[in-house]
Design a protein around this ligand. Sequence first.
Ligand code: GLN
Length: 323
Amino acid sequence: MPNEIGQETLERLIRDYRPYTKQGAVAAYIPELAYANPHALGIAAAGADGSILKAGDADTSFTLQSISKIITLMVALNDCGPERVFSKVGMEPSVDPFNSIVKLETLDHKKPLNPMINAGAIVIASLLSGGGSVDARLQHLCDTVSRITGRSSIRFNEKVYESERRTGDRNRALAYFMKSTGIIDSDVDVEKTLDLYFKACSLEVDCVDLAKIGLFFALWGKCVESQTDGTCSTKEIVTPEIAQIVTTIMITSGMYNHSGEFFLKVGLPAKSGVSGGIVAFSPNRYGFGLFGPAIDAAGNSVAGVKMLEELSRSHRLHLVSPH
Ligand code: GLN
């Protein structure tokens, strides 16, 4: 039976792995993200019993960026069904960077490879952005994140959103290209879709929120709610089948074009964002939220990945294990 994770474990991880923050760099292609402290490092672990442990800069707020893609995918699966979603986006991992455009023209079906690359997430946003205002759609996403994290409100960071909107020409190119090939439906307003995508990427969280999101997937679509008598109960937000699809896509594509190496070394479902956040989880047991804005070439937090490698090793969390 794996060891329980304790406060000392998390403190030690922060101490031992902070030096690795020097090996990455903050994302600067979204100018507002460049203001993050490259040496910040935080971790939180949420247990199935409702316990929360945290260490380092776990209270620092940051934007979800690509981590929002697991939320939009889940909401789209719930609202539109898997058949419609996967008629627009594939299920295969990508060896190209997250913002690559190349396969959209060379693949026969023209579909983005998976929902975790930008093109795939923009298509998902196009499914969500029809009918109703962008703000109403965003509110639906915020409400979902609020229920999972138990936070009364989740907001988007206006500065990060503006910064990304101003400089988001590559995403704009992906979206208009996909409209030209019919992957984005002809009646979709591409600017509205992009607005929803940029705002979803700009939703603000901290490590504890991410740990709770991880735990929610670890519990197959249920969130843990604390009761007034000190006990906990769980509440289903999406079906286990939807949670299973999102989990599987996280394993195959959650860490972009480093998903294979990450799964080999860590062996947990995970999703990262260019702000330096990572959500990961151990099914039925723990959710983890990490933050370290110094990222590598693939867009993953360098120290965050290292901490997960160590945590998986020390606590035998790898899903493919002879033990
Ligand atoms: N908002 C970012 C973008 O569209 C998200 C990418 C990421 O986190 N990898 O480029």
